[in-house]
Ligand binder design. Structure first.
Ligand code: GDP
Length: 358
């Protein structure tokens, strides 16, 4: 399952955000590998198509797509040197698919800022530098290993790996993120499996004052190079604690189209280049997460690994056609049910039936 690590300085609103997110916790019984731990929340990806399809199919059970959020507490200045929870913390985010970086813009004198004043641009740099330094520690070790192997003449094919690692080392030493490095194709292939923190996609959540969140116009203090969204964690915490009807009313009163949490979840999905296909029937209507560009057999394999191996064909109706023609038989009668083979590239919103052999 897709896994997002939440980082940020202390007292910026991470835990409050995390707690609000976990109010959208899915039923773990529907997801393999869904762990129940205090700092892990498996959260529903909002998608109104599931409700529509399940109404049409008279479905008993609805299963949305899900994302796992991990609240990674303990990142402070000096973490890479072992301050705070230090390296233990850093090991925790090494495995994440992406990072949500929470930064504080709201002003409230009752809530202490660790550096004495509110300055989002400075704060993101503190965290980014910690992440870069943690990466540097790892890259230096890799550099030593590859250099000694090459010296010993044991591995003549390590040139691309060595030059990639050297590029990373130079960038990180200069305090830059690993994702600013430009590689040749050979270099990129040579280090493909390496998990660096500063090479992961990052979504910045700027925790703004309540008035700012509802104003509609906002200029990010973090510069154009960082994908940032303004959210009032305070408002989100209130919304998440309400019954859905009340939350809807409050959103209306605030002039907001959707909750900030829904925006966050959706953005994570986009940033990771993920799309959804759907299955629907009387038993279950379900959203399945796949990478954009995936072909039909691999997509079927997400349901069950055997489905990829034994894939015969996919019967596909686009969501819009499915709705327009009142379901599968209507879509079929109007020539909108497509029979697709192994080379078919899945599209977001495909409503699928897979034919499986074996
Ligand atoms: P963390 O250390 O980053 O996990 O921060 P917390 O979520 O524990 O928040 C620290 C304090 O700031 C708590 O007292 C929160 O209630 C408060 N807080 C969090 N978000 C907001 C916000 O958007 N506005 C205001 N005014 N206070 C907030």
């Amino acid at each position: 399952m897709l896994n997002v690590g939440i980082v940020g300085l202390p007292n910026v609103g991470k835990s409050t955000l995390f707690t609000a997110l976990t109010k959208k916790q899915v039923d773990c019984a529907n997801f393999p590998f869904c762990t129940i731990e205090p700092n892990v929340g498996v959260v529903e990806v909002p998608d109104e198509r599931i409700a529509v399809l399940s109404e049409m199919s008279h479905t008993q059970k609805r299963v949305p797509a899900a994302i796992e959020f991990v609240d990674i507490a303990g990142l402070v200045k000096g973490a890479h040197k072992g301050e705070g929870l230090g390296n233990k913390f850093l090991a925790n985010i090494r495995e994440c698919d992406m990072i949500v970086h929470v930064v504080r813009e709201f002003v409230n004198n009752d809530i202490v800022h660790v550096d004495g004043s509110v300055d989002p641009a400075r704060d993101v740099e503190v965290i980014e530098l910690e992440l870069a330094m943690a990466d540097l520690g790892m890259v230096e070790k890799m550099h030593d290993t590859v250099t000694s192997k090459m010296k010993a003449g044991k591995a003549p094919d390590l040139a691309a790996q060595a030059s990639a690692i050297t590029k990373w080392k130079d960038a990180l030493t200069a305090g830059k993120m690993a994702n600013t490095v430009e590689f040749t194709d050979e270099e990129r292939d040579a280090v493909r499996g390496v998990q660096l923190l500063t090479n992961k996609p990052i979504l910045y959540i700027v925790n703004v004052n309540e008035e700012t969140a509802t104003k509609g116009t906002w200029v990010s203090p973090l510069g154009a190079g960082r994908l940032a969204i303004p959210i009032s964690v305070q408002i989100e915490a209130e919304l998440a604690g309400m019954p859905p009807e009340d939350a809807k009313m409050m959103l209306g009163e605030l002039g907001m189209k959707e909750s900030g949490l829904d925006t966050v979840i959706r953005k994570c999905y986009e940033l990771l280049n993920l799309i959804t296909y759907l299955t629907t029937g009387e038993k279950e209507t379900r959203a399945w997460t796949i990478h954009r560009g995936m072909k039909a057999p691999q997509a079927a394999g997400v349901i069950h690994t055997d489905f990829e191996k034994n894939f015969i064909r996919a019967e596909v109706i686009s969501y819009d056609d499915f709705v327009k023609f009142g379901g599968e038989s209507g879509a079929r009668d109007n020539g909108k049910l497509r029979v697709e083979g192994k080379e078919y590239v899945m599209q977001d919103g495909d409503v699928c039936n897979f034919r499986i052999g074996g």
